[in-house]
Ligand binder design. Structure first.
Ligand SMILES: [Zn+2]
Length: 112
């Protein structure tokens, strides 16, 4: 495997990859902590770093039909969640471009 450039967040409270500790998202960028992922509870973030996107696909979720792309850790390849690319329902449009990360795939680093 080639060397992957790993970015770091300046924030004191960071959610990192459970497998390799790569920084993923700033605690201040959480939109909601009450989302449902494939593996249970999940958090919705405004943005994330050190991630790579899988192919775009349509998926039927509890709240409607979406175009999504799976999100993996860019450093270790672990599946972390997905990105909402497009929502069909007007009321769900706020999720577009946002990143859902599975709680069980996250670890807290920094000064909590
Ligand atoms: Zn990782």
């Amino acid at each position: 495997m080639g060397r992957v450039f790993r970015k770091f967040l300046e924030s004191k409270r960071v959610y990192s990859c459970h497998t390799c500790d790569a920084h993923l998202a700033d605690e201040e960028h959480i939109i909601s902590k009450s989302f449902q992922g494939r593996l249970g509870r999940a958090f919705l973030f405004e943005s994330a770093i050190n991630i790579s996107r899988g192919p775009e696909e349509s998926r039927v979720l509890m709240s409607g039909v979406y175009k999504v792309a799976d999100i993996c850790c860019k450093v270790c390849g672990a599946l972390l969640g997905w990105e909402y690319l497009e929502a069909k329902e007007e009321s769900q449009k706020y999720k577009e471009g946002r990143i859902l990360l599975e709680k069980t795939r996250l670890t807290r680093t920094g000064n909590w």
